[in-house]
Design a protein around this ligand. Structure first.
Ligand code: C5P
Length: 315
């Protein structure tokens, strides 16, 4: 029997999914600058991959290929680079890494693509450097990196509370068929929340939002049974008015998808990607065809959900 420890890998590849918030209810603005959220995350089968390769001590380099790669920063501000640095600091290593990211999730599109890259990087570097962070430690690091990073680790479907990082698994029956319409331009998450706050101060009745909004029982039941009609009717995103205010063309996109037969339409997270739920794969294709003719839409994808969270694919 061979009892030798396997050689440390020189390179590890991990993948992580994008997400749609099928419920995004925004509560009170907290003293720390975040908003209390109740959100229902659904991971979809649109993945970024990150290959982490050993590099000179202390160095992090980032290269990016794939969809809209030119829009992704390759310096220390890249969330994947920050993930590598955070893992290094927490585990007292100065190991180097070259991160190679393949983008499929829209960049700054409201689908947590940067968070997916950070989650995949945590897993890949943890294996590459043999830092042995536990799942609980990885969750804590993910929370430090951003509100959506813990869900990118978890995947499938989950209820998010707090600022989105306190997660509870949710039962979900799939596949659910989605069409994604990627809009021209980007929408930075802080800008969407700032516009949300501005719109709410204009409406005094909304001046005191509930500290933590409730989850919608009808939506949770629809997710559990895979009832696409009920889920389509229950989709809700409190950031949608802000996204529409900043990107007025999204209103026509949402209308186009609904008219083409979608059961429900929603701006994904802080936008500007729009997500449409279809009854089946065939209807999803015809909704996608209709959206592809719209001048306001840059790219259309059909995807299914749920999808697994971040995991290592090659080492
Ligand atoms: O956590 P993350 O870095 O993704 O958040 C980016 C920005 O989005 C925050 O700085 C904040 O402006 C806004 N945000 C918020 N409330 C949340 C999540 C994000 O206000 N629950």
């Amino acid at each position: 029997m061979n009892t030798a420890t396997p050689p440390t890998p020189r390179s590890v590849t991990a993948t992580a999914p994008g997400k749609i918030n099928v419920q995004l209810s925004v509560g009170a603005h907290r003293p720390d600058g975040y908003h209390a959220l109740t959100t229902v995350f659904l991971a979809v089968a649109l993945h970024d991959t990150v290959t982490a390769t050993l590099a000179a001590t202390g160095r992090t380099t980032v290269t990016v290929i794939g969809t809209d790669a030119q829009r992704v920063p390759t310096d220390a501000t890249n969330l994947a680079a920050r993930a590598a640095q955070l893992l290094r600091e927490h585990h007292g290593t100065d190991a180097g890494v070259a991160l190679h990211i393949t983008k499929r999730i829209p960049v700054a599109g409201g689908m947590a693509g940067g968070s997916a890259d950070a989650a995949a990087t945590l897993l890949a570097c943890n294996a590459l450097w043999n830092t042995r962070a536990t799942p609980a430690q990885l969750h804590a690091l993910a929370t430090e990196l951003g509100s959506d990073v813990p869900f990118a680790l978890l995947g499938q479907a989950a209820l998010g509370r707090g600022r989105g990082e306190i997660l509870t698994d949710l039962p979900v029956t799939g596949p659910l068929h989605w069409v994604l319409a990627v809009a021209h331009g980007e929408l930075a998450t802080p800008a969407a929340y700032a516009e949300h706050d501005r719109l709410h101060t204009l409406r005094p009745a909304d001046a005191h939002p509930s500290p933590q909004p409730p989850a919608d029982p009808a939506l949770l039941a629809a997710l559990k049974t895979g009832d696409a009609t009920a889920l389509g009717a229950a989709l809700v995103n409190d950031l949608q008015p802000a996204a529409l205010s900043l990107h007025p063309a999204l209103a026509a996109t949402l209308h186009t998808g609904r008219t083409a037969g979608a059961l429900g339409s929603i701006v994904s997270g802080s936008g500007p990607t729009c997500a449409f739920l279809a009854a089946d794969a065939h209807t999803a294709k015809s909704v996608a065809r209709a959206l592809a003719t719209s001048k306001a839409v840059r790219r259309v994808r059909t995807v299914s959900g749920p999808a697994p969270g971040a995991h290592i694919t090659t080492r």
